[in-house]
Design a protein around this ligand. Structure first.
Ligand SMILES: Cc1cc2nc3c(=O)[nH]c(=O)nc-3n(C[C@H](O)[C@H](O)[C@H](O)COP(=O)(O)OP(=O)(O)OC[C@H]3O[C@@H](n4cnc5c(N)ncnc54)[C@H](O)[C@@H]3O)c2cc1C
Length: 474
């Protein structure tokens, strides 16, 4: 019997990126009254400035690379020059058109997501929000207008913004954060990228493929610090082979604009001059000044909101999802946390978020996909595991496709043979890693994986081959 006096549970969400969006959909699905407060656009930074634009740019970079690589497979592109002689045409990239396309895609994606929320019955309030205690969000909807949203549960999903260094203040024209790159009208003559983490490496890789001279300034021994070392080595080799100037163990002490140039001064006194500079030195959570501390929410020293594995803060009515929490800064993790928060708040079944099983990908060329325990953790003795690595040059399909770089690496638990991790460095590694993720999630052994038929010839055949090589003799 329906209880007509039963009040609907109410959820207010601050921030409409993947964390907030998924929380809103989950709440609507479970029958809550949901309000989502967003100051820029539904989809958040993920859709408007980060994931969607960067991966669309990278798709263009891949197309440019494919034209260059086609000649290895015997495809020749030429035009007839004087006296009918073949002339090798140059690949030209119209960055204005590329940027218009990716911004249009991002806007469209944001609109689609907004319609999806509206159809699901979510109320969207456009404006800048801040907490007023543990059950209220105050929204500034205009210069003098305010809205007040009261709810049983608050989900904070305000994301993060590019870190700005005092010694390298972006001007939006020559010194840029990744959110400002899409106003460029033409390929930079010489792009200096400061920071060789995932964002720096992805943009350095893409702009080099698009024809820019690129200098990558990295403070560590190797690009992509913290990632699988073999994978980082492959990427660094490819970068240098493609003509990128990779400066390891180099720290920029200042970046200044000088007319049409940017000048990067390193701590050891060396100077690098370029036409543009991309600052990719990390992000800071958007948690300052939105009433979190006043409401009693615990923050880490970094400003991230402390949450447990069901995304709950120290206050029972407040959850936090995505980049503003201390979890992995990935859109997929933000979405999972958003859903988990709402399921938990509404008493639905929840699986606490397990970061061990998160699959992540670096969209360089080739890509690096990773999941599960790492080789470093196995070698440090944190987990007992066996490692097998198969270079792709041994794979028949890779040979046919002219793939020269990359590998499949699989980790199996010593004793049980359960698959516990893997790394794939390959074109479209993001599409190849899923069988390893499924094996980890469902505790399959290397023998289970080896038993599955892989297509012959296929890149994924290297996964079953690596699994076979890890068979443990009883
Ligand atoms: C260049 C780049 C590329 C990336 N590529 C990938 C990728 O390929 N795959 C992947 O999984 N991840 C990727 N990421 C990471 C991904 O973008 C983030 O993990 C994801 O955006 C986090 O989602 P979120 O919901 O926490 O925050 P966001 O997407 O940042 O959304 C937060 C939202 O909150 C709003 N907001 C903030 N404060 C307020 C306020 N006070 N009032 C109202 N609204 C507010 C903001 O306007 C924003 O819309 C990339 C990141 C970068 C920088």
């Amino acid at each position: 019997m329906v209880n007509v006096f039963e009040r609907k549970q109410s959820i207010a969400i601050l921030g409409g990126g993947p964390g907030g969006y998924e929380a809103a959909l989950a709440g609507a699905q479970l029958g809550a009254e949901v309000t989502l407060v967003e100051r820029v656009g539904v989809g958040g930074s993920a859709v408007l400035t980060d994931v969607v634009p960067s991966k669309t740019l990278i798709a263009t970079a891949e197309a440019a690379n494919a034209i260059g690589d086609a000649s290895d497979l015997g495809v020749q592109i030429f035009a007839r020059g004087d006296h009918g002689r073949p002339v090798r045409p140059e690949v030209a990239v119209n960055l204005h058109a590329v940027n218009q396309r990716l911004l249009r895609l991002a806007r469209q994606q944001s609109e689609d997501m907004k319609s999806q929320l509206t159809r699901a019955g979510v109320r969207i309030v456009q404006g800048e929000g801040r907490l007023d205690g543990p059950n209220r969000i105050i929204v500034s909807t205009g210069t003098t207008d305010f809205d007040q949203v009261d709810a049983d549960t608050l989900v904070i999903s305000v994301g993060a913004s590019p870190r700005i260094l005092d010694s390298a203040i972006p001007d939006g024209e020559r010194i840029l954060t990744w959110t400002q790159l899409y106003t460029l009208e033409s390929i930079p003559e010489h792009l200096i990228v400061v920071g060789s983490g995932v964002t720096g490496a992805e943009f350095a890789s893409a702009y080099r493929a698009l024809g820019a001279e690129v200098t990558l300034i990295s403070s560590r021994d190797q690009v992509l610090p913290g990632e699988d070392e073999d994978a980082a080595r492959v990427i660094e080799d490819v970068f240098t082979r493609n003509g990128m100037n990779v400066m390891n163990k180099s720290r920029a002490s200042s970046i200044v604009r000088d007319g049409d140039k940017v000048v990067a001064t390193l701590t050891d006194g060396r100077v690098v001059e370029g036409s543009h500079c991309l600052m990719a030195v990390g992000s800071i959570p958007n948690t300052a000044g939105i009433g979190l501390e006043e409401a009693g929410v615990q923050l880490a020293d970094s400003g991230h909101i402390r949450v447990n594995r069901v995304a709950r803060t120290n206050l029972p009515s407040i959850y936090a999802a995505g980049d503003c929490s201390g979890f992995l800064p990935l859109a997929s993790v933000a979405s999972m946390q958003g859903r988990t928060a709402v399921y938990h708040a509404m008493g639905d079944a929840v699986n606490p978020t397990d970061l061990r099983n998160v699959t992540s990908n670096i969209f360089t060329q080739p890509e690096i996909a990773t999941v599960g325990w790492t080789q470093r953790q196995i070698e440090n003795g944190e987990v007992r595991g066996e490692i097998h690595k198969l270079p792709l040059v041994q794979n028949p399909r890779a040979k046919m496709m002219g793939i020269k770089d990359g590998f499949v690496k699989l980790f199996a638990s010593s004793g049980s043979g359960a698959v516990i991790g893997g790394v794939i460095v390959a074109p479209k590694a993001s599409e190849l890693i899923l069988p390893i993720t499924i094996a980890i999630e469902h505790r399959l052994t290397v023998d289970d994986v080896a038993q599955a038929f892989a297509v012959y010839p296929s890149l994924s055949g290297s996964i079953t081959d690596a699994a076979r090589a890890l068979h443990q003799v009883p």
